[in-house]
Design a protein around this ligand. Sequence first.
Ligand code: SAH
Ligand code: MG
Length: 193
Amino acid sequence: MRVMLEEIEKYALDNRVPIMMKDGIDYLCNFIKDNNVKKILEIGSAIGYSAIKMALVDDEIKITTIEKDRERYDVAVLNIEKFNLEDRIEIIFGDALDTEINGEYDLIFIDASKGNNINFFNKYSKNLKKNGIIITDNLLFHGLVRDESLIKTKNQRGIVRKIKQFIEFLDNNDCFETEYLDIGDGIAISRRK
Ligand code: SAH
Ligand code: MG
């Protein structure tokens, strides 16, 4: 199991797939364990790494995950099969901005395109159980959000602006209270007020 996970980590590194950083995924898995999370909706599967790690926390965990990139989706399907997790991880090929999901989840994990976090948050809060939690990744964007002198490209500047808008959206949200952690690439934990 460990070797298979290391193979996925290596593939991600070699192919520049931005899977969660080690301390980020460790935090997420501990959170799932400590809070008895069983049903998870993930936005942004990439090659299935975080979904597999989360599913391995407990046999009762079920995950629905959405990926819009065909190549990554195909690799994710193979990876999920390697771990025999097809019964517990449902992967959907499509754009999460226009996918319809039914059912309610204990945890919604947003880890897709940073510019759409507000849209994902608003769209999928209806799928969150009453006491459910939304966790969003990449709030630090490698430190560029806090130290804008690190920004080198126009594209990066655009992303930083979007992340700041998302943080403002969370800070002013009437329904959710958010805690920010400097773990991995920065994660936000939003709970209903
Ligand atoms: N959660 C993964 C990493 C996800 S990387 C892990 O830690 O293992 C982000 C992924 O989100 C990319 O593969 C990208 O293709 C996907 N993505 C971006 N925008 C999306 C959208 N609107 N709908 C579905 N997937 C999206
Ligand atoms: Mg991420």
